[in-house]
Design a protein around this ligand. Sequence first.
Ligand code: SF4
Ligand code: SF4
Length: 440
Amino acid sequence: MGQPEREWHLTLTDNRPIQFLLTNRYVQPAVHVVTVSIFAWAIWSAFMGPQNPDTNFGSVAFFGLWWSSVMLISLVVLGRVWCYFCPMGAIVRFTQRFGLKRHFPMFTGPNARVFGISLSVISITAITFLFARMPMYKLGVVFSPRLIGYYFLSFTTLTVGVSLVFQRQAFCRYICPATGVMSVTSKLSPFEIRQESETGVPCATLEYQSEYLSTDRRCVSCMKCTTQQPDEDVGLRVRWPGIAAVHQRIPLADEALLVIILWAVFPVDHVLGDHAAALVPLGEPWSDVIAYSVSVGAAIGAYLGANALGTWWSSVDWEASFTRFAYAYLPFSIMYMLGNHVIPGLMEEGGALLNVFFRGIGVPLALPEALASPSTIATWEWVSVTIWPLIAILWGVAIVWYSAKFLTKSDQQAIKAIAPHVVLLVVSTAWIIGLFGPLH
Ligand code: SF4
Ligand code: SF4
């Protein structure tokens, strides 16, 4: 299914400096020298710096600023722009030149059926995300700079190992824990940077039909298509947030599964995880690890249950419904993280985080610890449990409603197909924000 007609767009390459930045083949390698240097310095500092996560450069760079703030905010606003800067992506491209250049099994269609859903090699990224996320909080990695050093060193070793064997950025396509998250979350962004037409340049991600730069979909921003086709315009498209989830070029059940896993590990586990852990008669960290698995199982089970009810009532195809309706749960998953962690975290200690980061790279900065006043923070706390989740629900319902239009012949059938998902979304959100009692 093609992309919808653009409503508004700006041709970035009409501006000469921007055209140079986007099409000159030396610009991104220069950026990578900087980002790989900061990455290496952050790992070194994680081991050798102070072992207080609030003052350690590696800890602040990786988890205080990058993972929660830079990644999530940039994703929701602009899609996969992070891949342009990513030091891991730079390591992949550099390393694979010296490797065996073997073919990684590529996505060309479904490979296996689970619960009547066709899954492919793309689901590996759901598994790597689950396993990458688990140690962060369940094994306490984020609280120990030295463990953060080991964590990123392990990923770097995996990245180099995979790239020494496989070609075409196999790590980025199928293994990077962030790649699947970025692919689904970028569908919410109101902006997309993309070339105006297919370029015909052989692309690392050819199986996803990504033959032109796009911060949407699975393009890894290697800039091959802009540097090899410098005369093709690159534009900034503005669109309805979430329309890309409705008008999917290649709807994938694997990505729907990843959306449900995001729902599980972001909002659901934040509430259910604590309660489940208290019931597991094992000490930490096993009680937390088991509770994490319970959250994932409960979220997938609840989604399958809603899907079963909806398809039974409306006669909509089971797999098509599974693939499209998962996006109903995505806005709340992302907005929960932004509203409860990223935004209040930046308000309360954003200045301190920036001070540690910039001092770590030799730029003295002395911002106040909090970037917002206590009254602003208190107002935000109120917004985050009232208007914020309401917007998330309305956004999710709008996405699932327009998605249902693709699968049904009448409004009545569409309502029957999505009703169980809307009920599940509303009830679970009310439970997560504590409307049924003090859960936090
Ligand atoms: S896919 Fe992952 S490793 Fe590759 S460039 Fe993007 S964020 Fe980096
Ligand atoms: S060649 Fe173009 S479309 Fe393909 S990954 Fe690189 S930037 Fe993206």
